[in-house]
Structures are given as structure tokens and as C-alpha cells.
Design a protein around this ligand. Structure first.
Ligand code: F0G
Length: 355
């Protein structure tokens, strides 16, 4: 059956009425078995017999999970007669907002922290025709500007404060339940502005209450150690992490994320940049799946809990990989050895290859 995007598939569970969909055919992303990763973490068949799967959201149209939320937010905005949208972003939201605004024929304004968003994401925002403002400050400063502008002018905010965004993002949980025929036991994901963990929890609960899926997962959120306000219990004035997508000191959906954690019996903890980078390389080299550093926070969290003996045997674990690795290739180049330089000669190549 052809896939026609989220609104077509889940219209009766989304706040869109009969509005025409603004869609780039987002969603329906693969849930990839990760047996090598499981083995590397001591969780595989020889270990605790834990099944590890990757929800690869980097395969959405603009390369991140934001497309799910933007599809619904933009569909609703157009139906209400909006002419312009605005968001603050560490990169992916701006890429998705710019693309879906172009699709819908709306103006897009995006406000980003200057010098702190990956080049791939910036390239998306500009090529899709958004007006991009780079502010001297971090995401939280950019978000304050967005709120201020939205108070004064008729622009629709498409950050995750907009409930339509979370409605769209909850559909990833539906898809997982459909593939597994039940909810997983654990769901690991990175936490930045804290919308996505809240959206997944909403999706899992909704499918469970509708009788479509058995069980509920423990929601396992991971912040970067230098940008871990929820873990520390207070806003972080100057968040820092190389995982620029989750460099956020005062998340908008803080309370919702805590509720998801507490209601599900999960955790929100921190992983260091070194742990994120190790997981980033391990994921790409063990499974052939390239996700951006912030996404690897989910795998880093799983690795940490596996090492601490905190994953129950014979369970199912899903890690969301929120954004594609190609968004931010600089980090891959930085953590890997440079290509071996050889002259174009078979014998020299064999030596270099150790064959
Ligand atoms: N992973 C990636 C790749 C992201 O871009 C983000 C958030 C997150 C994880 C965290 O998700 O905010 O729902 O907790 N990026 C936002 C942006 C902030 O502006 O693109 P969250």
C-alpha cells in the first residue's frame, strides 16, 4: 500500500479535522534490528538476550523527527489561515519549518544561536527560503525572541510549545507498536527541549488505551551532561555540549517530560560528550546506521545502563535516532582517522590496506 504521509495514515488521531495535509510524506521510518550493537553492549543473545531496535528518524524528508510535528503544525496553521510561522532552533526544527512552510506557501522566520548550529541544518533553512536570524546567544535566548515576536505580530509559533507538534510526533510511537505488535519494554531517546519524550509517551498511552498495543515502555531520556537542566533540577544558564541539537538550558516541555518519566517508571539522566561520541561511532560502525551526535545520546544512555546492570534480561529496547548523521558530518570527520594517503598503485594500496 502506498504511503501518503502521517495525516493520511492517522487523521482520526490528529487534530486536523478534514484539512488538506501539508505533507512531504514524512513518517513510516524503519525500525531496524541492531543485533551487533546489542552484542557490543553485552545485551545480545550471548548476554541478557535483549532485543535492541533503532527507530531511524533520520530517514524523514528533512532528515529528522521534526517533520512529523511540522506536518501537523503546518496543516493546522494553514487551515486556520496563518500566513507566517516562526521558531527558535538548534537546527532541525528550523530545517523542517522552512521545508514545510515552503510546501505550504507560508513565510518562515527562524531564529538560531549564531555559530552553534550544524551546517547541514543551516543549509536546509536557507535553501527552503526561510528568513534566518542568527542571535548572539543560545537556544533559550533565541526562544525568548520568538515568544516576544509572536506576542506582537500575527505569526504562528511552531516550536514544541505548539501542541500540534507533539501530536504529530506521537505517531512514531504508533508505528513502533504496529511493528512490534506491542510497546517495547524500554524506550531510549535524547532530551533537549523535552517535547519528543512527551510526545512518545502520549502516543504509547493513546495506543494502549485504544486497545491497539499491549504494555507501556519505561521512558528513558538522556540529556548531555553540560546541558542537563532536568537532571540537575534547575535551568542551566550556559549550556554546553558538542551535541548542538540538544544544547538547551531551559526546556519548554520540562514538566511534561518529568511526567512521562514518572508515569512510565523511567529515568532522565545525563551522558557526557565522550560517551555520546563513543556511542555515535559504535552505532555507525557496528550497524551501518549514521545518526547525528545528539541522536547518539539514546545509545549512549543504553550503553551506560547496560554497563550498570540496569537493563532487565529478555526485554525489548527501542532507541530513537532523532536526526541523520549527514546533518553534521564535521563531527564524524573529527572522531575518525583521516583517509590513508597512497599513490595510485596496487602494491602500495595493498601495503596500506594490510592485505
Ligand atoms: N535530537 C535531535 C537531532 C534534535 O534536533 C533535538 C531537538 C532533540 C534530539 C531533542 O528533542 O527537543 O524534543 O527534546 N532539536 C530542537 C531543534 C531543539 O531546534 O531542532 P526535544
Amino acid at each position: 500500500m502506498a504511503w501518503n504521509g502521517l495525516v493520511d495514515r492517522y487523521r482520526d488521531r490528529l487534530p486536523v479535522g478534514d484539512a488538506p495535509a501539508v505533507t512531504l510524506l514524512e513518517g513510516n521510518t524503519p525500525l531496524i534490528e541492531a543485533p551487533r550493537l546489542a552484542t557490543a553492549l553485552g545485551l545480545g543473545e550471548d548476554g541478557l538476550d535483549v532485543r535492541v531496535l533503532l527507530k531511524y528518524e533520520g530517514l524523514n524528508p528533512t532528515g529528522s523527527f521534526k517533520d512529523r510535528g511540522m506536518c501537523v503544525a503546518m496543516t493546522v496553521a494553514v487551515a486556520r489561515g496563518a500566513t507566517a510561522v516562526i521558531c527558535a532552533s538548534t537546527g532541525n526544527t528550523s530545517a523542517a519549518a522552512a521545508a514545510y512552510a515552503a510546501r505550504a506557501g507560508l513565510r518562515a522566520f527562524v531564529i538560531v544561536p549564531e555559530g552553534n548550529i550544524a551546517l547541514g541544518k543551516l543549509s536546509q533553512a536557507v535553501i527552503h527560503g526561510a528568513t534566518v536570524l542568527a542571535v548572539d546567544g543560545n537556544f533559550d535566548d533565541a526562544y525568548r525572541v520568538v515568544s516576544g515576536v509572536a506576542e506582537l505580530r500575527d505569526v504562528t509559533v511552531v516550536n514544541s510549545i505548539n501542541p500540534d507538534r507533539l501530536q504529530g510526533q506521537k505517531t512514531a510511537a504508533f508505528e513502533i507498536c504496529e511493528v512490534l505488535d506491542a510497546a517495547p519494554d524500554y524506550h531510549f531517546l535524547p532530551v533537549g527541549n523535552a517535547g519528543n519524550i512527551s510526545a512518545y509517551w502520549m502516543g504509547y498511552r493513546e495506543y494502549n488505551e485504544a486497545g491497539f498495543s499491549a504494555g507501556l515502555p519505561r521512558m528513558m531520556g538522556f540529556q548531555a551532561a553540560g546541558a542537563a537542566p532536568i537532571v540537575e533540577g534547575h535551568p542551566v544558564a550556559d549550556p554546553s555540549t558538542l551535541a548542538s541539537a540538544i544544547r538547551i538550558g531551559n526546556p519548554v516541555s520540562w514538566k511534561k517530560a518529568e511526567a512521562a518519566r514518572d508515569e512510565s517508571g523511567g529515568v532522565i539522566e545525563a551522558v557526557t560528550d565522550d560517551e555520546i561520541l563513543e556511542a555515535y561511532s559504535l552505532l555507525a560502525s557496528s550497524e551501518g546506521v549514521f545518526a547525528e551526535p545528539a541522536s547518539a545520546a539514546s545509545v549512549a544512555g543504553l550503553r551506560k545502563l547496560a554497563q550498570e546492570g540496569r537493563i532487565d534480561e529478555k526485554t525489548t529496547v527501542v532507541c530513537t535516532l532523532t536526526g541523520h548523521g549527514l546533518k553534521d558530518p564535521d563531527n564524524a570527520i573529527a572522531v575518525c582517522p583521516a583517509p590513508l594517503r597512497v599513490s595510485a598503485d596496487v602494491d602500495k594500496a595493498l601495503v596500506a590496506m594490510g592485505l
